[in-house]
Structure formats: structure tokens, C-alpha cells
Design a protein around this ligand. Sequence first.
Ligand code: 5GP
Ligand code: ZN
Length: 113
Amino acid sequence: MDCIFCRIVAGDAPADIVYEDDIAVAFRDIKPAAPTHILVIPREHIAGPLDLDDENAPIAGHVLAVAAQVAHQEGLADDGYRLVTNQGRNGGQSVFHLHVHLLGGRRMTWPPG
Ligand code: 5GP
Ligand code: ZN
């Protein structure tokens, strides 16, 4: 399995890392869709939200907590931001390692595209 996000976690691929701990890593998206666009991922390879269960749910919870911490760090707390996790073809998922997009710095629209 060749997973680009596993390679970033391992330090084998470059990334602009803004936060990391034992469970999660956060780095800037290579193709930002907003003034601030950060991806928060677990170190463990989980293919996507569909692969979450009671056993690995604490990891997903920690990823969300890290997103909040990074939002503070990036100055997004006051104006707000959006978290997005895509699943599969209809969700628009292109990297099959669980990640939360942290998007901020502009007003988001709803419904999403
Ligand atoms: P998805 O489409 O799966 O929801 O999101 C994958 C995201 O990963 C995209 O926004 C894409 O720009 C980003 N991405 C893909 N490859 C790389 C990479 O090698 N480095 C970084 N920093 N971001 C990547
Ligand atoms: Zn992976």
C-alpha cells in the first residue's frame, strides 16, 4: 500500500506540519481551497470515515480536538471555520487516509459544492 499521508507521517514525504503529537499530525494542504486550509490526520492508517468503529473512535475524537487546537493556533476561533471529511466517490475523497479539512479565513457557502 502506497499512502501519501502515511509517508508524511513517517517523514518520508515533505509537508508543512503545523502540529503533531503521538496520535495526530496537522499540515497545510498542498492545494489550499481557503486562505487557511489544514489537514488533520491520525498517525494510524484508517481509510476514511466509513472505517470508524467503537475501537478507533477515540482516535477520530482526538483528531477533532486537534482541529480545535489548530483553529486557535491559526487565529480562526473568533470568526469560525469549517471542518470537512469526505467519504468515497460521491463525497469527493481523493486520499484514502482519514483526514479532516480545517478551512478558514473566508466565509463558506452552504450547501457545499
Ligand atoms: P480529499 O479529496 O481526500 O477530501 O482531500 C485530500 C486533500 O489532500 C486534498 O485537498 C489535496 O489537495 C491534499 N493533498 C493531496 N496530496 C497531498 C500532499 O502530498 N501533500 C499535502 N500537503 N496535501 C495533499
Ligand atoms: Zn495512510
